[in-house]
Design a binder for this molecule. Structure first.
Ligand SMILES: [Fe+2]
Ligand SMILES: [Fe+2]
Length: 488
């Protein structure tokens, strides 16, 4: 555990006094405690002292006390709607803003020039984030770094990664000035999970044969933050991904159970103000070979019409927002725009449509919605990432500040003038679907959600030994950040 803690703090660029380390080790969950220390410290110290730990402990105590008082006040204080805050979404208007989305803004024609512009924008945006990291002070370009004999720091984009027999990695990188071969040592801090086309910072020194030996890799990452801020109203959002309507494995009965609960449920169901659907809303046509054998509806319009019928049972006060995935009737290359007009007009006018990825605010809480196609590429290129825990791939996306870094894998990417797949603002909630799994977690104050599916195991999943976890609904309380998963 001591080693894990040391790695945790080293990655943040912080040393720990032995006394402070002993205090952290003495609690029940030292890693959770370390994370909360880090997110509650205003300035990140070079050396974490016992005094810092005690300061954070008292902040945590105060917040817990305040929270208790607030809860008690809430019981007796009428809310804005004149009713007690026993969450009822009916009493509040929906407040949705689409902050970032490619819909109507696509510039790409797919020329070589487009690709150059696209990667230049990626390098500039993510490179600036990496340079802002304290560890990258005094960084230079590759051309100058290659002439140095002492320690060097530079920002680069990864061209390729390969493992050596001795457990290290050779990473070919470039920037606007030059290319370089970097030997990332097995025990290099941050050296795990390097993927092609991500933007990284390298700290190292020159070695033999023109190699640069890196002992540290820096990611743009997201800052450690205080916990979820939340909105004023007691409303929540349900994430309902991968409905795959039109497939013969669509789980009709489970859906009906979900709808019955939405209408006659409990305090939680009546708090739901938003349903966000992060893609694969229908099964589509011709998405994979011999798909027609697994369809119950063979016409794309009829698939969407059936989805409209299924959504009719959602209570009127719930705002539905639909984003596309790789099975939907829109260009597969990401960023994907919202579903086209000929599909949208099948839905009631209140239903909202957004692109993939999309940054939106729900009641001022920022939500990054991404279907999750790139999880296939993460799992394909990094052995420690698996279909059993897609939340780990989502953490990587936040660390790399990019939802789909690798070009040329399973995720088709459209070379827009700007890289819309960069995570330029830190969301409060980050949700994906695609892998038909379910889970919630947190990374540096961001709630991570993978939002299940409404399709039982398909023949493709059977062939690849993938066990889906369907008919589950993750729900996040937008006021408190509390996450729940409801099973049907
Ligand atoms: Fe799916
Ligand atoms: Fe998908």
């Amino acid at each position: 555990m001591r080693d894990r803690l040391l790695t945790f703090f080293t990655e943040k660029g912080t040393l720990v006094e032995p006394e402070a380390m002993d205090r952290i080790l003495s609690v029940e969950d030292p890693i959770e405690f370390a994370e909360s220390i880090y997110s509650n410290l205003e300035a990140k110290p070079l050396v974490l002292t016992m005094e810092d730990v005690m300061k954070v402990e008292s902040v945590i105590r105060e917040v817990t006390e305040e929270h208790k008082v607030e809860k008690e006040v809430e019981e007796i204080r009428p809310s804005k709607g004149g009713k007690k805050t026993s969450a009822n979404a009916k009493d509040f208007n929906s407040e949705v803003k689409i902050k970032k989305d490619i819909t109507g803004n696509s510039t790409c024609e797919g020329t070589i020039k487009d690709f150059q512009k696209y990667f230049k924008h990626r390098f500039r945006t993510l490179g600036t984030m990496v340079k802002r990291r304290r560890e990258m002070g005094g960084c230079i370009n590759i051309a100058r770094a290659r002439k140095k004999t002492t320690e060097m720091r530079f920002v680069c984009i990864v061209n390729s990664v390969r493992d050596t027999k001795s457990g290290h990695q050779i990473v070919e990188v470039e920037d606007e000035s030059d290319v370089a071969s970097v030997l990332v040592l097995e025990n290099a801090i941050g050296g795990e999970n390097i993927v092609p086309d991500e933007v990284i910072g390298v700290i190292g020194k020159s070695g033999r044969n023109d190699l640069i030996i890196a002992d540290r890799i820096i990611r743009p990452d997201i800052p450690s933050r205080r916990a979820f801020e939340g909105c004023e109203d007691p409303v929540s959002v349900a994430f309902v991904s991968d409905t795959h309507v039109g497939s013969n494995t669509f789980m009709q009965e489970k859906w009906e159970k979900f709808m019955a609960w939405m209408n006659n449920g409990d305090e939680i169901s009546s708090s739901i103000k938003y349903i966000v659907i992060p893609g694969d809303v229908v099964d589509g046509i011709g998405i994979y070979p011999r798909q027609d054998e697994e369809l119950s509806i063979h016409n794309i319009y009829e698939q969407y019409e059936e989805l409209v019928r299924l959504l009719e049972d959602v209570p009127d006060h719930v705002q539905i927002i639909i984003c596309p995935g790789n099975h939907d009737a829109v260009r597969p290359a990401e960023p994907q725009p919202a579903l086209p007009n000929n599909i949208r007009k099948l839905f009631p006018s209140e239903v909202m449509f957004a692109g993939n990825p999309c940054t939106m605010t729900l009641h001022d809480v920022e939500v990054l919605v991404y279907h999750g196609r790139s999880i296939d590429d993460f799992i394909g290129s990094v052995p420690s990432l698996t279909y059993e825990n897609p939340l780990e791939s989502m953490r990587e996306m936040l660390k790399k500040r990019h939802v789909a870094p690798t070009y040329g894998g399973k995720t088709p990417i459209a070379p827009e003038n700007e890289d819309h797949l960069v995570i330029d603002t830190v969301p409060d909630i980050f949700v994906t679907g695609h892998v038909h799994w379910v889970g919630v977690d947190e990374y540096n104050g961001v709630k991570l959600v993978n939002a299940s599916a409404w399709q039982s195991q398909t023949s493709y999943q059977k062939m690849r030994n993938i066990d889906p976890i369907p008919a589950m609904v993750p729900i996040i309380d937008l006021q408190t950040g509390r996450a729940r998963i409801k099973e049907f």
